[in-house]
Unconditional design. Structure first.
Length: 61
């Protein structure tokens, strides 16, 4: 019976981790460079401010 090649398995795990890390960094950069994606917190008004644009916020009579 052949013995397992632990160094090969370890190298494959390391490559997998490296690939995942690079993908996460790429996604993070994409989110950082594309404004208006909703992650910037621009959708919600700041504390003490109201968001009244006057369009559709009035209740119907």
């Amino acid at each position: 019976m052949a013995k397992p090649n632990y160094s090969f398995e370890k190298r494959q795990r390391e490559l997998s981790k490296k690939k995942k890390k690079e993908e996460k960094l790429k996604e993070k950069e994409l989110r950082k460079t594309s404004p208006g994606s909703g992650d910037g917190g621009q959708d919600e008004p700041a504390e003490g401010q109201t968001q009244d644009s006057g369009t559709g916020n009035q209740p119907a009579p």
